[in-house]
Every structure is written in C-alpha cells, then in structure tokens.
Design a binder for this molecule. Structure first.
Ligand code: IVH
Length: 670
C-alpha cells in the first residue's frame, strides 16, 4: 500500500474536526450552520479517504459510529463504582424531611446548596473514557453490572467519542453517567413506521429508548432517534470536580448535552419553587419527565452523607403526582390472557392523561369492580402512574346518570364459551380450557416473542389467523407448518410465507433458557428460565425435577416450583413437548458460555450478605467460565460466603467444600 501523503493526513484530521464541530452544533446545541448536503459531502469525503487508507481509521473517527457487526448477545459489564438508585418523595413535606435529615447528618443549621435536575424518563447508561477516548459503555443493569452496549452507544450522535486533550490528560479514566431518551415526536414517528411494516408498536417513549438501545444490531440502533443527556460522573474525588454544578458545567464544556433546566437552589423553598415551575412546564418538553432529582451540590458533603443500601443519602427523586383525568366509561370487555386469567378492561371515551391518549384501562378483577362500584355510563377518574397501563381510580358518584348499568362478570369464557371459575384464594377468574383460542393465541405469541423463541414476523395478527384457519392449535404445530398451507391466508404473499417458514426453521436450534421461558409456565419469566437452565443444564433433568429440589434454587419460590412441577406432569404439555421434538425442535443442553476461563469447570454457591448484590459476583464468576448453582452439593467446588451465611455454610463444612470470601474470590479471578 502506498504511504499516505502527509497532506492527506492533514485533510483527514481537518475533516474529522469539522464533522465533530457540526455534529455538536446540530445534536447538542441545536443550531446547525451548514446544509445537510454540505454535511454529507464532508462525510463522504471522510469515508472515501478511510476506504483507501484503512490504516488511518481511528476509533474516534465520526465514521466509527456506525458499521459495527451485529452481536449474538450482550456481555455483562460490571460497573467499577455501582450505579445507585434514588429514594423517592412525593410531597413538599417529605422533601422538607429529607432536607432536615441532610442537615442533621452534616451537623449544620445553614441552608443546603442543592442542584435540581429534571428526572428524565429513559434508560440510565454509563460511558467510560480512557485516555480521553470513549472505550465502552453499558446499561445500568442491576446497578452492579450492566450490559455492554458500546457499539450501540457509539451510534448516538450527541455522545462525544473523545474528550478534549486537556481533559484527557487530567482524567485518564472518566466515567460519565446519564440518560438515553427518545423524543415523543420521534417515538410517534417510529410507531407509525413500525405499524406500516406490521410490527408491534412500542408502549411508550421509554420503551422506545430502551428497546432501541438494546438492539443486537447497531444498525437498527443507528436508525433510531436517540439522545443522551449527561447528569453526572461516577466519582466524587477527581481533581477540580468538587461539586455537582461544577461537574455538569464541565460535561457541557466537553460537548455533552446537559439539560438546560439544571439549576442551583439554596434551601427547601427555592427547591419547591423550581419543582412547581417544572411541574407546570413538563408538558412543554418533547420528552417524558417524571419528576425532579435534587442533589446535594458539594461532593464533600455527598461523601459525608454516604448511602443507605442502594440509594445515596445526598439525593432524592421528587416525583410528579400521577396525572389524572375524568372521562366516561362506555363499556367493559373481558379479555383472556395466555394463562386463562380473565381481566375486565374498561372502554373509555378517549381522554388525554400526561400527554397520552387513553381509551382502555384495566379494572383488574371482580373484587376491584365491586370495590369501585363502577357502572357503565359512569364518569370515572383515570390515572397513569409512570408508564404502566392506566387505572380507574374512582367513580364520580354525583355524576352517575340514571340507568347506569351494573357490570357482571361473565359466567362463560368470552373466547371459547366454556364455564369459567374463580379458584379458591385467587382474585382472578380463569378459563381452564387449555384449547381456548384466546389462551392458545396468547401462548403462541409468548412462545414466538423476543425472550422466547424469537420467531420473526409472528405477531398477534398472524397468530390469530393461523389459529382461525386451524393450522396451529398449540406452539408445537408451528414446526409442522408447510408453505402451501400459508399461501391461501389473507395478505400472505409467497415471500412472506417463505420468510415465516425460514424464521421458524432458525429457531429449531435455540438455547435452553429461551426454550424454558417460551413454554409460558406461570411465573417463569426470563430470569427464572435462566436460573433453571443453569441449575439443571438439560431439559430432561428439569422435567424430572421434584418440587423440593426446585424450591432449593435461590430465586425460585414454592409457588413457581409447584407451577413448574405441575406443568410437566400435565399430559397435554407432555404430548406437546414430544411433538415439538418430532417437529425438529432441539432441546440443547446448557452450559455457561465461557470455556477456558480461569474458573472453567468450577461450580460455586453464593450465600450470606456480600458487599454487592449476588448478581455481581455471579457475573464475575460466569465471565471466567465458572458455574453458579443455588444449593451446596458434593459437586460444589467453592462456597462464596458473606456475613450471616446460614445453613449453606454448615452443609459445605459437612461435604468438605472450600469456603471462600470476596477477597479470596478476587485472588481466584486474578
Ligand atoms: S442521578 C445516585 N440524575 O433515575 C444518583 N438520575 O432512580 C442516581 N434519572 O437510574 C442517578 N434523570 O435512570 C440522576 N438527573 C438525573 C436523572 C436520573 C433520570 C434516573 C436514572 C436512574 C434513576 C434513579
């Protein structure tokens, strides 16, 4: 390869600086000064030079934001310093109490200097800069360990890939924290586009942000309009960064987007005033804000105040009151879920509540209907608390029209017509007919969902069609579908039919945790499915498990244990599993992903109270190929014991299992 001309290197450097500059004007300062065409011309020239001289591509080149290959899964990434959560208050009085505790702990009677910030409703992330370069970034996860989503974060245009030279020298390691959000307008646009492609819409902008960021293919993330707002750093001991105010100013000067409503406030009354203003203005922002975060400004004070369990004593989230609105209850429908539970759904005259139009709300169950004494035609108060499905909180009794109709629970399942029952001790009515179309539909959608077998293109509409046409009666039937059966269906073109067949075929080799989750055993979510796969390692062993043994797994309670046991004793389920195998679905064994790690082949059990959540240590062990199991047996190699270890320690003693503490684990890992 020809040695690049120094002039070219100069041009390249100039191009990158120019593009960075315009990126900043456009994405951070919101005041572009060149046309899109002009920007594209610069970018194309950059790509051209880099294509001819790949040896000149640097990790912080604007070209490196896109183009990383899709990954199979996200790797866990421990946070060097835990990402904490926040205590909450909802009234001025509660905030005043918080302020009083702060003063007491600091031993002062003077007013506290606070910084107030909007609480952005997105996804918390951490960005790590080493030697001034953005090297990796992760989600918050459980606070101790997140998921490594570096390539996806790089696609967010307002995240600087590099710090200034001065800061790079001053801060060899800088961990920046903040929130990734999606604007409401962008969210609505995205949902329209998804609808056009027959894909499921996202529930709210927060899910939009989280879902977009957790895409395995960074190209997809790149196509989503995400924004990063920086609100802090991980440490309080860095040179010159001695307060929150100073830190956010520094972040802004480094090109991070910092919210314009971050303000200084002295004492309770100024904070209250800012809270009132923010509440008044919240609808003006093109993104969701769910409250205000109030932080003690001085890092010295923050250090003195410390933390309790997982939340700092120096900050608090003052949440907006859930927004309510009045509307008319026009009717009630009863929906049947995948587990047969029947839920009354309020059909409302559409009304706007905190920026979203609401026309359905959950009425939960029969007891709730009775307690509310709600009737059709009633004026009701609906409330959206956070992002959850709205609730009907009360009936405005004075406004009840004459002849408002009482609501009675149906005696028969609205989907299959079978008699429904309310099992002893349960709030929900259930349809016990396993062949009930609504349940079948729900279980097929669950089976094909992202956390399950992830069958692309198999959504609600298609599932309903397949059931209606008698092509599918349970998930096992999916593995016997032939293209000829699909072609006569509405809207099913040749290409779409082939795609579905191929998508199903791809899932024949899935992983054990996904398979277990896909079955839809009541109470077994993705986390429990993973625990079961790790504990048993094979599907057959799980099928044979006793209730006692299942209960021993930490994370599996007695109710779920008995659900699992009963599920596998059911003849219909047994037949379905046999049929799945016959249809070519593989039930592969599961072993921790890493081979050849320092702890490969070693089995650990964790017990007692440790300095960080168990999941943190579990991740550390698994990253090195070790296995973590829920109970001590002769196969256990090490018991990692914290304070108050309990019966596991005794058992380990009896079986001669090595007992280690955190420090010794550190030695094994190093
Ligand atoms: S500070 C100890 N500042 O709120 C510091 N968090 O409940 C904790 N959030 O996971 C974070 N806006 O997702 C902080 N200005 C802000 C925030 C903010 C939103 C979220 C963040 C975090 C959660 C804590």
């Amino acid at each position: 390869m020809a040695k690049p001309d120094p002039k070219l290197i100069d041009e390249l450097r100039h191009l990158r600086a120019t593009i960075d500059h315009h990126n900043r004007l456009y994405y951070v300062e919101d005041r572009p000064v060149i046309s899109d065409a002009e920007y594209d011309r610069l970018f194309d020239r950059l790509l051209e030079i880099e294509r001819l001289h790949p040896e000149l591509v640097t990790p912080d080149s604007p070209s490196q934001r896109v183009g990383a290959a899709p990954s199979k899964k996200f790797e866990p990434l421990p946070h060097r310093i835990p990402m904490l959560s926040l205590q909450k208050v909802t009234t001025a009085e509660e905030f005043a109490n918080f302020d009083r505790r702060v003063k007491e702990t600091l031993g002062t009677t003077s007013e506290i200097d606070y910084v107030t910030e909007p609480k952005l409703d997105g996804l918390a992330v951490e960005l790590v800069y080493e030697g001034g370069l953005f090297v990796r970034g992760s989600t918050r996860g459980d606070g101790a360990t997140g998921e490594n989503i570096t390539p996806n974060l790089k696609t967010i245009r307002n995240i600087p890939l590099r710090l200034s030279e001065e800061s790079a020298g001053k801060f060899p390691l800088l961990e920046v924290r903040g929130e990734v959000i999606m604007r409401r307008s962008a969210f609505e646009r995205l949902n329209r586009a998804l609808a056009e492609r027959n894909q499921a819409p996202l529930a709210n902008p927060r899910n939009g942000a989280a879902g977009s960021l957790r895409q395995l293919d960074p190209q997809v993330t790149a196509s989503r309009p995400l924004i990063f707002y920086a609100y802090g750093i991980s440490e309080t001991g860095l040179t010159d960064l001695y307060s929150q105010k100073r830190t956010v100013d520094f972040l802004a000067s480094e090109g991070f987007l910092v919210h314009e409503r971050i303000s200084a406030a002295r004492g309770v009354s100024e904070v209250e005033q800012l809270f009132t203003n923010l509440t008044r203005d919240r609808e003006r922002f093109d993104y969701d804000i769910d409250g205000m975060v109030i932080k003690v400004d001085s890092f010295g004070h923050q250090q003195e105040l410390g933390q309790i369990s997982r939340a700092p004593r120096w900050a608090v989230a003052w949440k907006f009151a859930a927004e309510q609105a009045e509307t008319i209850l026009e009717g009630v429908e009863f929906s049947v879920g995948r587990t047969g539970a029947i839920t009354p759904i309020a059909k409302l005259r559409p009304v706007r509540v905190s920026g979203v139009t609401v026309s359905n709300a959950s009425l939960h169950n029969e007891d709730e209907l009775r307690d509310l004494d709600v009737r059709i035609g009633d004026t009701v108060v609906v409330q959206r608390a956070g992002d959850v499905i709205p609730d009907v909180v009360e009936v405005v009794a004075q406004k009840r029209p004459k002849g408002a109709r009482r609501i009675s629970f149906p005696a028969a399942c609205p989907s299959c017509g079978m008699k429904i029952t309310r099992p002893e001790g349960e709030a929900a009515h259930r349809c016990l007919n396993l062949a009930c179309p609504a349940q079948v539909e729900g279980s097929i959608i669950h089976f094909a969902s992202k956390g399950g077998l992830d069958i692309e293109g198999l959504g609600e509409k298609l599932a309903r069609q397949l059931i209606k046409e008698g092509i599918v009666r349970n998930p096992a039937d999916l593995f016997f579908i032939e293209k000829q059966q699909l072609l006569p269906l509405d809207l099913m073109a040749d290409k779409k039919a082939s795609n579905l067949i191929e998508a199903i075929d791809r899932t024949r080799r899935t992983e054990l945790p996904k398979l277990i989750y896909a079955l839809g055993i009541i109470g077994v979510g993705e986390a429990a499915a993973l625990l079961l796969a790790e504990y048993y390692g094979s599907f057959d062993r799980l099928m044979a498990a006793s209730v006692e043994e299942l209960t021993e797994i930490s994370g599996i309670g007695p109710v779920i244990a008995s659900n699992i046991y009963e599920y596998f004793r059911n003849k219909g389920n047994q037949d379905m599993i046999v049929r799945m195998r016959r249809g070519g679905l593989l039930f592969p064994d599961y072993s921790p992903k890493v081979t050849g790690g320092k702890l490969s082949g070693k089995t650990f059990v964790i017990t007692g109270t440790l300095s960080k959540p168990r999941s943190h240590f579990k991740n550390l062990i698994e990253q090195q190929g070790g296995k973590v199991s829920g109970s001590v047996s002769a196969k256990t190699d090490y018991l990692l014991a914290g304070e108050d270890p309990g019966s596991k320690l005794q058992k380990a003693g009896k079986l001669g299992v090595s007992v280690i503490d955190e420090e010794q684990l550190g030695q094994l890992l190093s």
